[in-house]
Design a protein around this ligand. Sequence first.
Ligand SMILES: [Zn+2]
Length: 68
Amino acid sequence: MKTRSEVEQAAHLLGEERWTVWMNCGVHDWRRLPETDSGEHYCPKCWTLWTSDGAILHVPDQPSANKR
Ligand SMILES: [Zn+2]
C-alpha cells in the first residue's frame, strides 16, 4: 500500500508526461481505484489523488498552456 506522499512523488516524477497519461485515462472511476494508507484513492497510471469523498486533489497541469 502506498502513502499519499509516495503517490505525489510519483506524479512529480512523471512531469509533463503526466498530462498525456491523464488524458489517456479519461474519466476515472475513483471509487474503484486503489487507496493510500491514509484513505485517499489514487490512479496508478497518472497518480491523481482523490479524497475519500471523491474530491480531486491534484489535476495535472496542461504543458505549454501556461508558458509564454
Ligand atoms: Zn489516471
